[in-house]
Write a protein that binds this ligand. Structure first.
Ligand code: PLP
Length: 397
């Protein structure tokens, strides 16, 4: 069969592929530790489930307005105003089937063939394919571990061409856990304003921050900045709701209306009763978030300490999200009798086969020499997993 060019352009999400491989090994009875999937191990808080169950029982099981029910959009506006200090009307909000779908719709509505989108690396694996599926060209700008994996204003400036449509800022970041301060965002916003490009601000990890780090939404830096910014966010990570598929976008009304049209001809509304759960998540008790975040911080400390105790491994200490991105470059070019390990793809295969530990190769995030480990797993499992990695790396001559 001759598939479309679009279909052959994208490969499956590597994180999901690695997780599936680890699960298949577990199903065969192999004791695998997976640092693959980026999702909380906590269950969704009970009050959120109860709200969705009540919605089902009350027969809230039909189509809703394409871009989400008004109450949910209003709750999102209230959240953005109270927490992010930025004012939106409900016409500027679109609820979609997860943050990924929000970004997808946004790319479809904003990007034309040949438009460039600046993506700082290391990046979330799905940005470049979604830009490409919209006909755009991802322009990858490398950042360095020394600079905290942050895009610097000069680097942004240099990457901008007449074809640049937008820059993607993801703070806190998947995969590095790096997060921008308000000052750093101000400098980037200045460049974006001067060069008239849009800012796509993915804030899905905003609540998962450590040691009092204060997340700032770039859209809150003033009316001018807000006018060029589109916020992408969702409930998956904060409320342990990955399977519910509720994400949202906040931005200029004209753009949101265009995204709404695209959504109306593809998925239609996000699941009706999941929206009711999301409404309760935003309006109900927020107490469980701090419990989850405190636990992630404990695990971050543990995994970071364990990884940095491995000879030759350095690791940026994350300020947010639930990933670590250790530098394992010192182990590339090394090998066992079987041959040399040339890249982190081979290193991840080696760790899965020989140490029964699933990690994601840095190259998938645009940064060779690194591995991504997702740590929302039990502390004993983290300890055992890193021990296995340490021993397996030590066996590489
Ligand atoms: N943005 C980033 C940076 C992510 O890591 C993810 C999920 O891994 C998403 C957006 C989308 O999450 P979801 O589609 O589950 O809401």
């Amino acid at each position: 069969m001759k598939l479309s060019k679009r279909a052959t352009m994208v490969k499956p999400s590597p994180t999901l592929a690695i997780t599936a491989k680890a699960k298949a090994m577990s199903a065969q009875g192999i004791d695998v530790i997976s640092f693959g999937a980026g999702e909380p191990d906590f269950d969704t808080p009970q009050h959120i489930k109860d709200a969705a169950i009540a919605a089902l029982q009350q027969g809230f099981t039909k189509y809703t307005p394409v871009g989400g029910i008004d109450e949910l959009k209003e709750a999102i506006c209230a959240k953005l105003e109270q927490e992010n200090k930025v004012l939106y009307q409900k016409e500027q909000i679109l609820v979609s089937c997860g943050g990924k779908h929000s970004f997808y719709n946004l790319a479809q509505a904003l990007i034309d063939d040949g438009d460039e989108v600046i993506i700082p690396a290391p990046y979330w694996v799905s940005y470049p394919p979604m830009v490409m599926l919209a006909g755009g060209k991802p322009v990858i700008v490398n950042t360095s571990e020394e600079e905290g994996f942050k895009l610097l204003p000069d680097a942004l400036e240099q990457a901008i061409t007449p074809k640049t449509k937008a820059v993607v800022i993801n703070s806190p970041s998947n995969p590095t856990g790096s997060a921008y301060t308000r000052k750093e965002l101000e400098r980037l916003a200045q460049v974006a304003l001067q060069r008239t490009i849009h800012i796509i601000s993915d804030e899905i990890y905003e609540k998962i921050v450590y040691e009092g780090f204060e997340h700032a939404s770039i859209a809150s830096l003033g009316e001018e900045v807000k006018a060029i910014t589109i916020i992408v966010n969702g409930l998956s990570k904060t409320y342990a709701m990955t399977g519910w598929r509720i994400g949202y976008t906040a931005g200029p009304q004209e753009l949101i209306a265009a995204m709404n049209r695209i959504q109306s001809q593809s998925t239609s509304n996000p699941t009706s009763f999941a929206q009711k759960g999301a409404l309760d998540a935003l309006q109900g008790s927020q107490a469980e978030i701090s419990i989850m975040v405190a636990e992630y911080q404990r695990r971050r400390d543990l995994i970071w300490k364990a990884l940095t105790s491995i000879q030759g491994v350095s690791c940026y200490k994350p300020q947010g999200a639930f990933y670590v991105f250790p530098n394992v470059g010192a182990y590339l070019g090394k090998g066992q009798k079987g041959g040399q390990i040339k890249d982190t793809g081979q290193l991840a295969d080696y760790l899965l086969d020989q140490a029964r530990v699933a990690v994601v190769p840095g190259i998938e995030f645009g940064a060779e020499g690194y591995l991504r480990l997702s740590y929302p797993i039990a502390t004993e499992v983290i300890q055992e997993g890193v021990k296995r990695i340490k021993e397996a790396l030590a066996r590489l001559g």
